[in-house]
Design a binder for this molecule. Structure first.
Ligand SMILES: [Zn+2]
Length: 422
């Protein structure tokens, strides 16, 4: 059986409450595409598709001729499939978790620790920080994707402090003045920004709930009177408040960039970068970890001290948060999303309609292949038999194996592939 190193997977769905509902969800559409008899419930959220070997959602091997039933079990048996470099660097584990997300309501504002901080937090508070790994993440938009990411340029924050008195009240006059007078001095600005954000996050609940209600009332009235509320970021405020009433995270829109990704654009979330997903469908890839420090738009635990200490207080524009992808010099069909971490790289493979025979090249790492669009017959010397690929099919490909696609759809194919290019 060891010669079988390429096989299809049935992947785990997570029905978190924030997911898009029924067949509105890209996750549900992919599930049905990959398995026509799958049942999608009309009123149920389909939030995430997990393509990997994480214990909370280990993929099932879709071939009963293979003795192991899950990808995790199979990798434990045949760690050489990871490729020798990856196997050694990541202790015999698949280093990444590949996902599809369909976001209907905002996910919590969060940041992820670097390796050093993760180890400290895990040792001190294992109940909140379940492992000692970092968790860099990359989101690639499938549909127009909205999120919050990183601190805004200081002039924008100062503009909101002036235009939104309820926000100014939480930050306080001293901290706000310190930020204003720091302009032009990067070190002082970082310090002042930290002070402003920490002041707001440390406010007593009663204080910020009163200010938030006041603000929501004012913006609602201004909107009803036909006034432009953009100086208070009114539309986004009311949207988040309707999802998380009374949540301190509603004020974070004055500190953090509102980022909109068009399909194919990406956002990379390195250590200590504050971020939140608001709406849309995306491909996501991350290092294997559950370490998340939350800052609002959540009913979960918020660790204000850790959060305020760890964040990256470097103001930058929203456009600078879009991660540059590059064409693969070796293959004109491939676009590389290669973040500055060893754990994962994502490739977008676009086979044009004119190409009917395409080879998914071997890499020296295990990889996971997801079909987003198109049909093909996949052939590999390392597979039991040919595999029919349709929208939603997921294939595990061991290191150093290639897969030949005989494209049967008229309009070409789009695939995403996750691997680790050490
Ligand atoms: Zn995150």
């Amino acid at each position: 059986m060891e010669e079988v190193r390429v096989f299809p997977l049935t992947c785990a769905v997570q029905n978190y409450a924030w997911g898009k509902i029924g067949l509105d969800s890209e996750v549900a559409k992919l599930v049905v595409g990959g398995d026509p008899v799958a049942v999608i419930e009309r009123d149920k959220p389909y939030a995430e598709l997990w393509m990997g070997a994480h214990p909370k959602g280990d993929a099932q091997i879709k071939d009963n001729r293979i003795a192991q039933t899950t990808l995790g079990q199979w990798i434990t048996h045949y760690p050489a499939c990871l490729g020798s470099k990856v196997k050694d660097a990541f202790q015999g584990q698949l280093p990444f978790l590949f996902k599809v997300l369909s976001v209907n309501t905002a996910l919590s504002i969060q940041a992820h620790p670097n390796k050093e901080l993760a180890a400290t937090l895990h040792a001190q508070f294992p109940e909140h920080y379940p492992d000692n790994n970092h968790k860099p993440e990359m989101a690639i938009a499938l549909t127009r994707f909205q999120g919050l990411c990183g601190f805004r340029p200081v002039d924008e924050i100062l503009g909101f402090l002036q235009a939104v008195p309820e926000f100014h009240a939480l930050v306080g006059r001293d901290a706000a003045e310190e930020l204003r007078s720091s302009v032009g001095d990067e070190v002082r600005t970082g310090r002042a920004l930290k002070k402003c954000f920490t002041k707001m996050m440390s406010c007593e609940k009663k204080v910020f709930v009163d200010e938030l209600n006041e603000l929501v009332k004012r913006v609602t009235q201004e909107g009803a009177a036909g006034k432009d509320t953009s100086s208070s970021n009114g539309d986004l405020l009311l949207r988040l408040h309707s999802q998380y009433p009374g949540d301190i995270g509603c004020f974070s829109i004055y500190f953090l960039n509102y980022v909109v990704l068009e399909p194919g654009q990406a956002m990379f979330l390195g250590a200590n970068e504050p971020h939140a997903y608001i709406y849309g469908d995306c491909i996501e890839c991350m290092a294997c970890s559950d370490n998340t420090v939350r800052a609002g738009l959540t009913r979960k635990y918020i660790d204000v001290n850790t959060l305020c200490e760890m964040l990256n207080y470097k103001p930058a524009s929203a456009s600078s948060k879009i991660f540059p992808c590059v064409p693969d010099p070796a293959d004109p069909c491939v676009t590389l999303y290669d973040p500055p971490v060893p754990d994962f790289t994502v490739m977008k493979i676009q086979v044009p309609a004119s190409v009917k025979d395409y080879t998914v090249a071997s890499v020296d790492s295990a990889s996971i292949l997801l079909v987003i669009e198109g049909d093909a017959m996949a052939t590999s010397a390392a597979a039991f038999s040919d595999v029919t690929l349709t929208r939603g099919s997921v294939l595990f490909v061991s290191a150093n194996e290639s897969v030949s696609l005989q494209v049967t759809s008229q309009s070409g194919m789009t695939l995403f592939r996750a691997c680790s290019l050490l």
